[in-house]
Every structure is written in C-alpha cells, then in structure tokens.
Write a protein that binds this ligand. Structure first.
Ligand code: F0G
Length: 424
C-alpha cells in the first residue's frame, strides 16, 4: 500500500492521489508479473484483502470495450459501447470475483470450496480452485445449465453434482452443507467476490478516459453484479477520481423477474420469489440473494429495472452477434432492455450507454444454433411480433447450408446470397 502515498502530489495524508494511481494501474499492464497483468489485481491498492503471495490469478480482467455501431444506429443513439466480460479466462465476468474470493479461501487455509450455480460461477470456481490446488464442489440444477458451462467444471476437475431441482433449490442445499462441513462458500453472497467484481467499473472509467458514462446496463440474476459495479463507481467517487456516478440499470428476463415485480408492486420494500423460467439459463433465478443491494444501487444511482421477453432476448442476442461480438443469452437482455429505456426516453440520444456483456457466445452454442435454425422460439412467442421485427429476425438468421461436395454447388449458394441484401 505504501506506493499509494509515494506520488509527488498527495491529495491529503489519508487519501491516495488519483493521478498517481491512474498512472500506476496503467503502468502495471506492461509488467511481467502475473498480479500486475491481472485486470483485477493491478487495482490491488483498492483490494486490501490478501497478501500478494496468496493471490490466485488467471490474468482475468482487462476486457475490451467495444463500439456497437449497428445497434447504436438502429436505436438512434450517437454511440453505444459494450464491455465484454465474456472475454475473461473462463468466458464470463465471474472470473473477476472468483480470483478475489478464491485467493481468500487459500489464505484462510480451506481445502474445499463450493458454490451453487447456473453454470458460470461453477466454471470460474472450478478453474481457480484447480490453479490453487483446492478441491471444489459445484451444485448445479440438472438439465438447466448450458453444456459449455457444464463441460468446464468437469474439465477443471471439480466434483460436479447435478441436483434434481432449480438454482434456488441448489442454494438451499448448499446453505445446509456449509453449516455441516468445513467448505468455503463461493456464491456471490461472499463479500470478496464483490470486491473483485467491482474492478470492471475502474476499467470502464479508464477506457472512457475518466469521462463518466451516463448509463451502465446490467443483466440481473442473483443481483450481486449490479451492486459490485455500483460499489466500484462509488469508491471512485469517494476517492475523488470522478464527480458523479453512472446510472446503473438492471434487466431481467420476463420469466425470472422477481426484482422487476417487487419494484412495480411495492417499490422494492419486499420481494416475492417466483418460479423462474427462461432460456437465458444464467439468470433463471427466482429468489435472488442480493435483491436488497440491487434496490439500493438502483435508487442511489437513479437507474431502472426492466424486463424483456424471450423473443426480445433472442433478437438482441442475434444483433450482438451481427456486430461480430456475440454473447450468451443472459448478456443479451442488456440490449433488449436498452431498447425499452430508449423508447421510454430514459436513455437519451446524446448519452453514453455501456452494455455489460457478462458471458461469451460459446457458453451456450445450442441456443444460438437453435435460433438460427428457427427452432428456438415457439409460434406463440412469435405472435405479437411486428412485421418490422419479423423482417429483422429473418435478416439476422443464418441457417447453415448443407450441400454436396462440389464447387459448383457452393458457387451457386454464394450467387444466391449475392442476390440478397448484405448481412444485417
Ligand atoms: N450474466 C451471466 C452470464 C451470469 O452467469 C449471471 C449469473 C448473471 C448475468 C447475473 O449476475 O447473479 O450477479 O445478477 N450467474 C450466476 C452463476 C448466478 O451461478 O453463474 P448476478
């Protein structure tokens, strides 16, 4: 921590000098040390949770901030950005929190770590536990998580237990296990997870050259991530790096919308759990642990909560794919929700919005393939789509073409494509 105060222009005796820290955090990116190369631990001056030598890192963080020109144009926004947390080592934003909490587990001498998960936390935990040489156990709802995620926890050597229940049921069972066995709980109620997950807020500010964006749009599941980001921005404000914070908005799937319901029915005073049902399996959560924190973040930053339908999620995911970026379904709720915020005038044309894309497109390729083959959405779900939306779906869907192994056949297929418009 001493380097915090070593800059030539300290702001005060007790506060770090923002200019010196900004320089230090950038400088570390060129270092060869693992903890400097991590996009979480290069901010370790604000993560005083473990000694450097106990840190378990896979060089997480430092994820790209992409421009989304096509989506911006379609929405009538001057510009739109996406922070792609799916570009982390295990393909989701969970790595930023897991490096922090797993390092604490190591420093505390635990042998076993465990989590209940919709698939991404378990993938991240399994990877970091493997790196650290700890045993790990994941509880996942059987048949309700994407294959890519299931394969990861097996690949990284975790004890992978599929329970015949949903995510909320897995959380309940795990709660009992941690009472009865010395396992370290790595669900997002673990406060150190949130410490790691606050660092993308710092990166966003760096990548925006410390100009504070107006809006951050986040998917909502167990509702920890929105509060972690909120904490990150609040710390930057408190330490004098910035003079205001962005509005943080949370988007839920219609079939897993307990926060949305709570805010609509009682202003977020209480939350009635729902039976969750959405193809965005990462956020298929009916009884979110951190809903109170989420309510506080929405209120303190002035953000909103929206819900989006399965059809809207599928369309938004295809549009993000068409930008050459791609993401998993849960991440696509951000673009679907932004459309609603723009339509209601809550996000203005001149304002900067950043979508938080939480998971990589390869996490759930089955969803993507079904969408493009026209097998994802039911007729009932498609009913109510406007002619314009149907045309958009048609232009975004790219079904694979099966042909005989002949150049002529392939050239004819290219010809047919040339007759149609450029891909959306
Ligand atoms: N996006 C993805 C890809 C996720 O995996 C999750 C949560 C969220 C968004 C929601 O974040 O829970 O902080 O509101 N996944 C957890 C898991 C629950 O077990 O992987 P949240």
């Amino acid at each position: 921590m001493s380097e915090l105060y070593s800059a030539s222009r300290p702001v005060s005796k007790n506060r770090p000098n923002p200019g010196a820290l900004r320089y230090l955090w950038q400088e570390r990116r060129t270092s060869t040390m693992a903890i400097d190369q991590s996009g979480v631990w290069r901010f370790r001056d604000l993560l005083p949770i473990v000694p450097d030598e106990r840190i378990v890192t896979l060089r997480e963080g430092n994820t790209p901030l992409y421009e989304m020109p096509k989506a911006a144009a379609a929405l009538g926004l001057n510009w739109l950005l996406a922070k792609h947390q799916g570009m982390n080592p295990t393909g989701s934003f969970k790595d930023t929190g897991m490096t922090a909490a797993l390092s604490v587990a190591v420093a505390s001498g635990y042998e076993w770590v465990a989590c209940a998960s919709t698939g991404n936390t378990s993938a991240a935990m399994a990877a970091y536990a493997a790196r650290a040489g700890l045993r790990s156990m994941v509880l996942i709802p059987e048949g309700k998580i994407a294959w890519g995620k299931l394969s990861q926890s097996m690949d990284y050597g975790s004890t992978t237990i599929q329970l015949r229940t949903d995510f909320d049921g897995c959380v309940r069972v795990l709660g009992e296990i941690v009472q009865r066995a010395p396992v370290y709980l790595l669900n997002s109620v673990n406060p150190y997870r949130l410490e790691g997950q606050k660092t993308p807020a710092f990166e966003i500010l760096e990548q925006c050259e410390w100009q504070v964006p107006h809006h951050i749009i986040v998917p909502g599941g167990n509702l920890a991530n929105c509060s972690a980001l909120g904490k990150g921005f609040a710390e930057m404000l408190h330490l004098g790096f910035i003079h205001r914070v962005p509005k943080i908005s949370v988007i839920q799937a219609e079939g897993a919308n307990p926060l949305y319901q709570s805010l609509r029915t009682n202003g977020g005073v209480s939350l009635e759990p729902v039976t969750a049902n959405t193809r965005a399996s990462a956020i298929q959560i009916g009884n979110p642990a951190s809903w109170k924190k989420a309510v506080r973040i929405l209120a303190s930053t002035g953000g909103w909560c929206e819900q989006v339908s399965e059809r809207e999620i599928a369309l938004a995911k295809a549009e993000i794919g068409a930008e050459g970026i791609g993401c998993e379904p849960a991440s696509a709720v951000t673009l679907a929700g932004l459309k609603k915020l723009v339509a209601s005038g809550r996000v203005g044309k001149e304002e900067t919005a950043i979508l938080l894309l939480t998971g990589h497109t390869l996490k759930d390729s089955e969803y993507t393939i079904k969408y493009h083959r026209g097998e994802l959405l039911t007729e009932a779900e498609m009913m109510g789509a406007s002619a314009e939306e149907l045309a958009l779906h048609a232009s975004l869907r790219h079904e694979p073409i099966v042909l005989d192994a002949e150049a002529d056949a392939v050239l004819r297929a290219i010809d047919a494509q040339m007759q149609s418009a450029l891909p959306a």
